[in-house]
Design a protein around this ligand. Structure first.
Ligand SMILES: NC(=O)c1ccc[n+]([C@@H]2O[C@H](COP(=O)([O-])OP(=O)(O)OC[C@H]3O[C@@H](n4cnc5c(N)ncnc54)[C@H](O)[C@@H]3O)[C@@H](O)[C@H]2O)c1
Length: 443
């Protein structure tokens, strides 16, 4: 098939590369000229493990190219399908901004012959119907096919998705989607576009709820005789629950969960529903980003005003460079407002980016320099460089009260227990042996 993928961000570029490797002729359309230049030089403008190699492989097939618009390419050789993978960012009231999607649809409506359209961007329930009311040509040639990839495993998630959701108004369009995804293995759910839209939001709301639930339980896991890691392990072994996203921390913060929960809550209000569980999920998450500051206030008291705090990590996860909605964006300014000196270290974020995000913070290139003479450390990203660092040496560089707040519960509690520091995690972590999946028989 001849395919265009409009929007070459995390979703669009992954899709364009994967579809070209599947055998389709693909044009990745990108309006941002600096991003387009990077793509045309054979480089990936976003960080995703394996993407540079797969991009090179796709370009080598001769089936992938990039362009800044649809019209000229379509005039030369019409596309069978146009995938829309543009952003749907949050607006100030929480609702999804659909302007990028509507602008692409206007462009597609002017193409002759009009191709089939597959919308992959995340949009609120009822959006496809409204778009089809505004563009009557769309109903005959449309599928809503939400994307579920995770940054960090995007290519794998595309090749072996947990499910493919095909929201269409006709069997013909479902079959066209099947042809597009020939070779992609995963269960299919064929449904209406509105159901497909709700599947995407409901999935992200559930994942967000699991994280907020973990954080609420973690608050209850405090004291000398309780271990939050063991509690989460024990709960997660129930196959009805599972371990994924049962992870306490300083709040969810990938590019999707905050905006999608806010957009679903906004949508629920617009149809007269209160959605209390969803709102509680968001409220618990909002409060969770304040936990690090609360601990600093409790442990340092008035001395916080004079204190030097080292923040380790800006990214939400080491394997994604997507800083949209990372908890650091809320946590660091809150600490900056109360502490004398805030140093920020992140091995994959350059000093200029850190200075742009947090103008009054001090970017520090080396981890030992960041903690040298600091009163407290706040760890926000599970960087291997931080986890595997020689903590006895780092601890010796701290000054009293030598507080270490592990916002990702990722440092080994056994090691922390032996150091001359005050280790605080999200819920109590005990320096005991880890739980195994094997049944333990008493001798
Ligand atoms: N990032 C993820 O992990 C992820 C996962 C699942 C679903 N989604 C959803 O997929 C959609 C895309 O997400 P993303 O993270 O890839 O977005 P992104 O913001 O990284 O990329 C969107 C790209 O579209 C380009 N664009 C916008 N309008 C355009 C136009 N008219 N013509 C050409 N290019 C245009 C932008 O310049 C940008 O490069 C969103 O709705 C998001 O919620 C994202």
């Amino acid at each position: 098939m001849r395919v265009a993928v409009v929007g070459q961000g995390y979703v669009g570029l992954t899709g364009a590369v994967a579809l070209a490797l599947q055998g389709h002729g693909v044009t990745g359309v990108e309006q941002d000229h600096s991003r387009l230049r990077t793509l045309n030089s054979g480089e990936a403008p976003v960080f995703e493990p394996g993407l540079p190699q797969q991009l090179a492989a796709a370009l080598a097939t001769g089936r992938l190219r990039f362009a800044d618009g649809l019209a000229e390419c379509h005039r030369r050789a019409p596309f069978d399908i146009v995938l829309i993978t543009v952003g749907t960012p949050p607006q100030s009231d929480g609702s999804a901004d659909l302007s990028q999607v509507t602008s692409v649809l206007e462009q597609i409506g002017n193409l002759l012959p009009v191709p089939r359209v597959v919308l992959k961007s995340t949009v609120p329930p009822g959006t496809s119907s409204r778009l089809a009311d505004a563009h009557p040509w769309l109903r005959e040639r449309y599928a809503y096919n939400p994307e579920f990839l995770n940054q960090g495993s995007a290519l794998e998630d595309w090749a072996v998705p947990a499910r493919v959701i095909a929201g269409t108004w006709s069997r013909e369009n479902t079959l066209a989607l099947r042809e597009l995804y020939a070779g992609v293995s995963g269960p299919w759910v064929s449904t209406t576009p509105t159901s497909a839209e709700m599947i995407k939001y409901a999935s992200n709301a559930f994942l967000a709820m699991k994280i907020s639930f973990s954080n609420e339980i973690a608050q209850m896991c405090s004291g000398p005789d309780i271990d939050v890691d063991h509690v989460m392990q024990g709960v997660g072994y129930d196959p009805r629950i599972g371990h994924a996203f049962l992870q306490p921390g300083l709040g969810y913060g990938d590019s999707c969960l905050p905006k999608d929960t806010a957009a679903l809550a906004h949508w629920a209000s617009s149809v007269g529903m209160s959605a209390p569980l969803l709102r509680a999920t968001i409220a618990v998450n909002d409060a969770q980003t304040g936990v690090a500051l609360q601990i600093l206030r409790t442990e340092l008291g008035a001395a916080l005003r004079e204190a030097t705090i080292a923040v380790l990590g800006v990214r939400y996860e080491p394997w994604s460079d997507d800083l949209r909605a990372a908890p650091s964006l809320a946590v660091v300014p809150a600490i900056l407002a109360e502490a004398a000196d805030v140093r920020v270290w992140d091995p994959a974020t350059d000093a200029a980016t850190i200075a742009g995000l947090f103008p009054s913070a001090n970017p520090v290139a080396e981890l030992p320099d960041a903690v040298d003479g600091a009163h407290a450390v706040v760890l926000l990203t599970e960087w291997p460089q931080a986890i595997e660092a020689h903590w006895p040496t780092l601890a010796a560089r701290l000054v009293a009260p030598r507080l270490l707040i592990d916002g990702k519960n990722c440092l080994p509690p056994e090691l922390m227990a032996g150091l001359p520091i005050h280790y605080r995690s999200i819920g109590t972590r005990m320096p005991t042996t880890t739980v195994t999946a094997e049944p333990q028989l008493e001798a």
